[in-house]
Design a protein around this ligand. Structure first.
Ligand SMILES: [Zn+2]
Length: 169
């Protein structure tokens, strides 16, 4: 089932999420819904708080659904190590239509659990590394906008306020 994605301004996007403790069928359904919602919105990553679920997990697929091997679900993720830095344009399904250059590590080593509570280690670079950092930020209640310079953040926030006024947000 495709769920509604919360947009910037919703307080549920800026609260830290709680660890997943119960690996139930409900969790499996949630993950299915998250993939469906992410694909429907043409995103490459989606964190549970973006659909209002206050739990530490995210899904990601940098192939946009073309390669099943790229499908990742990471539960209670932790970033163990990072390397390098890349400044690239970044977007977020909770900030639709807006993009900004954000500095992220080039390489990320992360750890978490899959749906069967098996430990997964993920070593990724480039877009996937950016995505992992972006999604873990969501779980900590952070949006990429908070990583911009005050000037750039202000510019984006002004754009959003205008869109809210005109009913486009
Ligand atoms: Zn996002």
């Amino acid at each position: 089932m495709v769920r509604d994605i919360l947009k910037y301004g919703d307080p549920r996007l800026v609260r830290p999420s709680e660890p997943v403790t119960e690996f139930t069928d409900e969790l499996r359904r949630l993950v299915e819904d998250m993939f469906e919602t992410m694909y429907a919105a043409r995103g490459v990553g989606l964190a549970a708080p973006q659909i209002g679920v206050n739990r530490r997990l995210f899904v990601m697929d940098c192939s946009g659904g073309r390669d099943a091997a790229e499908r990742v679900v990471l539960i209670n993720p932790e970033i163990l190590a990072t390397e390098g830095e890349v400044v690239e344009e970044e977007g977020c399904l909770s900030l639709p239509g807006l993009y900004a250059k954000v500095a992220r590590p080039y390489r990320v080593l992360a750890r978490g659990l899959d749906l069967d509570q098996r430990e997964i280690t993920l070593e990724v670079t480039g877009l996937a590394a950016r995505c992992v950092c972006h999604e873990v930020d969501h779980l900590d209640g952070r949006l990429y906008i908070s990583r911009l310079s005050p000037l750039k953040r202000d510019l984006l926030e002004r754009k959003i306020r205008k869109m809210i006024k005109s009913g486009e947000w």
